[in-house]
Design a protein around this ligand. Sequence first.
Ligand code: HEC
Length: 138
Amino acid sequence: MRNATLSFILLVGCVFCFAIASRGVSAPGGGFKPVSSVHSLMNGQGMMFKQIRTAIQNKNTPERGEVIEHLSEVLAELSNVNMYQKDAADYQGWAKTLRDTALELAEEGEVKTPDEDRLKKLVGEIKSACGACHDKYQ
Ligand code: HEC
């Protein structure tokens, strides 16, 4: 009887410790789990980024500002999700840089007359974030 009680206490203790330990290594925010593979996520990021650049290059794109705004926000969200794909600090750092820069691009798309140099500069910064992470992890 005493042994059974002791085993029970140990078991509960283990489950409790495991719960704490797994919270510690989980991605920021805790509890959230991406449902897509990194591979699919990247294909999505690739498509978004291509369309954003096409819209920036082609000033006659209908609703150009909105296209830049919405697609950049989606790119930011994909990168936000990407932060949950790996625990490594550098991986999350590059994903965060991409997310934040894409949000800046979305804001620039929102303004009536976007600053074309700033659009190009932000696209360059996004490209660098893609490249930095790919150099190590792709
Ligand atoms: C924080 C890390 C990280 C960032 C930032 C990142 N990627 Fe990736 N990317 C990866 C990893 C990891 C792979 C390899 C995944 C795989 O193929 O399983 C990859 C692969 C890819 C692939 C190849 C997918 C295929 O079909 O083989 C494309 C396309 C891609 N990324 C696009 C982008 C674009 C565009 C950006 C920037 C807008 C970007 N990625 C930013 C981590 C990143």
